[in-house]
Design a protein. Sequence first.
Length: 548
Amino acid sequence: MAICWLLLTALAIQAQHPVFNFQKLGSEEGLNNANIFNIAQGPDDLMYFTTQNGIYTYDGYNFRLLDIDSLKTNALLYSTVGDNNDLLLSIRGEGIASYAPGSRRFVRRPHLQLNNMADQVLIAGSHAYLLSAGIRLLTVDLQTGRQVPDALAAGEKFNRALCMLRTSDGHVLVGRSDGLYEMKGAVAVKLPVAGNRPVHSMTQAANGQLLLGTTDRILVVSAGKVKEEIVPAYKTKSFTFQLGGEKSVDRLLADQYGRIWFTSYPDDRLYLYQDHTTYDVFDILGLQSSLINCMYMDRRQNLWLGTYSEGAYYLQNSFFSALGFTFDKGRLSVGQVHLKGSLLVAGTSNGCYAVNLANGQSRVLSKPDVIPDPVNNIAEYDGVLYYSKNSTFNLSPSIFLDARSAYKFKPVVAREFYPLSERQSILADAQADILLANGDGSKVMDTLISFPDYRIQVNRFLKLGDSLYIATSNGLYVYSFSRHKYHHLVAPELNYNINDLCIISGKLYAAHEGGVTEIKQRRLQRLVGEHPLNSVRRIRWFKNRIWL
């Protein structure tokens, strides 16, 4: 049995923007200094946070301050994980030291004991590069101890060193006020790709392309040439610009899913560029502006932000693109989804929505209300999409038009609705009575089942031959149309809240709180590999895969 996992998260329909799970981390988790200089991930997968009063590790639950002998915490400027998996520490006025977390050994680095103000350190081959961002670059020959000052900054007062990057193939690049340079030992060689534009930030994508954050745009560089210029279109106006009126692209990161993350002067908001659209992530998450000191992407592509005074933010960044819906600033849970061509219909905890995935056009089919009106299920018959809901208001049919199709919708007042033919349908009302109705569910013709236990909740119908299978909160029931009787399928493998039913290769499966049960053979599957199947809400067969 092939199993795939379908993850649905939420995002507001009004803007069709992505949403990410996030956490704000601070004193409650043990971080006693909210001013974070930089973030790095160690070989042990712990996250390392450099602050004014030392280095904290974070294990996903709590922060712990590293106890490093001889370290003057108020002089700490920067730390990063070096090639030997030790921590490189930049200490004001004292130079560069290393710290091995395993042995707790603190060592001053030879030739790097100097009057130091570096807030970024990079060691490549026989040279160390110490960057005081926005000021100058110092190069140190590690074999001789010779210090090479920033000749470009000395010759041109306003030619500042802005950022530094070591590429995957070992090249050391420096972004400056007048373009991009490569360091050949202690010699800076200008590269033509950025011209004389300032390079405020750099990152390298998973495909090897170099991304340069310049004035008002992002340059995508491949094989030494600019392949694309991305001009972010900010939806919220900013009244803060740098000298000359430009708006720089800073703190640039690219994930392996093709998304680009960055800040822009004055670096108080996080932006995401995805599918040719620029999103204000802070606005999406409802976060106030906060000065971002640093950004880091961990090995699982999650984003970590260190701020000036608000602690840290963690954004869970996954491969999955997400759609979702909000009402009154609250996120709605999505319980039902139906795909028809490029149209996605979503039933939520408060209203029904349609989204054309090809062009982003959206429509509210059933308006949300202060008193939530959940959409219980979505069913299609003869070209009409029916959605069942509790409220008797707004029962008018509707049409969603696009360039190719006209999609017809009709609401039904029911807990569950299941069309049988043009003239007949099955529905469950709020009292869990199973009713035979006309084709569109507007007229009840007969009562098939009236459960004596009013607490039973009907979750799904599925007709197979003469039998109607009824998934409920009290297990599985079967109604016979020929005998006009029903019975309760009592079995340990079905003694659950049954959430969904599906036919796969001629076999009937039930999804429930304990996993998935093949009903005829009473075969219960609790695991897929090492993954427990807890609370399976939906089960579908699509392209030779079972989707849960």
